[in-house]
Design a protein around this ligand. Sequence first.
Ligand code: MF3
Ligand code: CO
Ligand code: CO
Length: 273
Amino acid sequence: MSSITLKTPEDIAGMRIAGKLASEVLDYITPFVKVGVTTGELDRLCHEYMSNVQGTIPAPLNYCPPGYTPYPKAICTSVNDVICHGIPGDKVLKNGDVVNLDITVIKNGYHGDTSRMFFVGEASILARRLSEITYECMWLGIAKIKPGAYLGDIGFVIQQHAEKAGYSVVREFCGHGIGKVFHEEPQVLHYGRPGTLEKLQAGMIFTVEPMINAGRREIREMGDGWTIKTKDRSLSAQWEHTVLVTETGYEVLTLSAGSPAAPDFITASSAAA
Ligand code: MF3
Ligand code: CO
Ligand code: CO
C-alpha cells in the first residue's frame, strides 16, 4: 500500500508558484557568489530576498526532524567536500571553491526545493566535470519520470552515469516527496535497479537531488549536528529539482529565468507537460 499523496489541481498550482520562487532565489543570489563573500552573507541576502521581496518563508530555518537540533539558518551552503546541509557562517569563499546552494521556500503553505552548484572564481577541471556529470545524473533521472515508470528506474540511471564516470553515489540521503510537507513519502534513492520500488502515478510530486562524490561514497557527520562531508575528503556535488508526474511524463516545477539549460539529451517532447 502506498501512502504517497496525489496532488490536487489546487496543490499543483500552489507547487508551481513555490517551485518558481525557490528557483528565483538562486537567480537572485548568483551574482553574489564570488571570491571573498562569506556563506553567512549569502544566507542573509537570500533570507532578506525571501522575506522582503517574495513574501516566502525559508523552510530550513528551525527545521527539526526527529533526532536533529533545529537548523539555524535559511539556506544550506555546502562547500567542496561538504555533501549537504552545510550551515552558513563565517566561512569566506576563495578562488577555486565549489559550493552548492540549496533553497527551500514556503509560499501559501507549499514547498519549492531546488539547488545548484556554483564555481567561485576558476574551478578545477575535476570540479567542473563532477558538477557537469551530477547535473546530467539529475536530468537523466528526471527524464525517466512518467506514469507507470518505477522509482528504481530513476536511481538506476543516476547510479550508472555517476559510476561510469568513476564517481560514487551517496546512499544516506535521497530525494523526497514534497508538498505542504517539506519531506514526505516517497524516498527517491539515487541508486537502484530498474522496475523496482514504487510505480509512479500522475499527480505525485517529489525531488530528484543526487549527491555525487569524486571519490568514495562514505560520509562523515560533523559535530554541528547537520553538516555532512565525504569521509575521504573528496569533492562532492549536488543538483536538485522538484518535479511533478504528469499524465504524459513530467513537469519540472523549479525552473526560472536563470535556470541553466537542460542537457542536450532532454528533448522538447520528453519535457512536455
Ligand atoms: N533542502 C534540503 C533537501 O533538499 C533539506 C535541507 S534540511 C535543512 O531536502 F534543514 F538542512 F535545511
Ligand atoms: Co530536497
Ligand atoms: Co533541497
